[in-house]
Design a protein around this ligand. Sequence first.
Ligand SMILES: Nc1ncnc2c1ncn2[C@@H]1O[C@H](COP(=O)(O)OP(=O)(O)OP(=O)(O)O)[C@@H](O)[C@H]1O
Length: 312
Amino acid sequence: MKKKILFIINPISGIGRQKSMEGIIHQEMNMDEWLVEIAYTEYKNHAFEISSEAADSYDVVVAVGGDGTVNEVGRGLINSESALGIIPTGSGNGLARHLEVPFKINRALKALNQCNFRKIDAIKVNDHFSLNVAGIGFDAFISHKFAKKKNRGPLAYMQLISKEFANYKSAKYKVTIDGQTQLWDAFLISFANSTQYGNNFHIAPQARIDDGLIDVCLIRDFPKVTAPALLISMLDRSIDKNRYDIIVKAVKINIEHDSNLLGHVDGEPVILGNKAEVKILPLALKVAIPPKHLKQTQNILSPLLEMLPAIK
Ligand SMILES: Nc1ncnc2c1ncn2[C@@H]1O[C@H](COP(=O)(O)OP(=O)(O)OP(=O)(O)O)[C@@H](O)[C@H]1O
């Protein structure tokens, strides 16, 4: 019997590589083995509605988009027998990079044809789910601003960060990590399931996506002149050695703040109220991963190389 696969395409994600997607899907998928269906999102959260409906009826439900689309599709599949697949066409593609999904579309489809399955953890932040990295502080502040921008893509994102960074002020948070409470003046606090935000910026180099633990990364207030070193330490996976960074593994974190906490889950802005409860959902999601010979290992230059015009 043929396996069933549903592609959910977000037409607005990233830099528009998905225009010719439908033709490439039909060309690359092995139709002798797979029954292929395709759906397009029409509005925010539509991918979640489609995937929740599809859960347990398809072997694989594929997010064609960036981390926001991956979050929506994956969320709908939590605790189901359907696996999340990814064709990365977003700006950051953090989870796809962590799972070593190929970035050339035809190669990503070849990988789906021959995929293996594994289970990964998910993170719950109040009522929201994160599959990759969630957080509060500067990264969340940027996600709220970015959501209002018309221009998307990594360049627009970097421009926004450089514009907002100079004036951003760290804030005080009451942080309880597995029962231990402390007050912190933090630039950001990230809750990492995978190692990276996207574009190979590794916020939690030692994170494992299936260990039943959240890597809590707390970047304390730091002199702004040391920002380049901090950025470089994310790219070369050494941020855990930076003096302003503290990383601990935990299963439950509570944050209290004196005003509304701006948060993000997988880069998508969320408002959390004065308190946030963050907990791990061990092995809650089945994912499709590439076979060994099609895995795409990442290096610092990968995000730049992917921008070269290449579908093949
Ligand atoms: N048809 C649509 N019209 C408008 N917004 C949509 C549509 N489909 C999905 N969205 C929303 O688009 C947003 C961006 O999607 P996504 O995160 O996949 O792309 P990206 O931001 O370019 O990539 P990344 O998260 O990797 O940087 C998500 O919030 C999603 O809910």
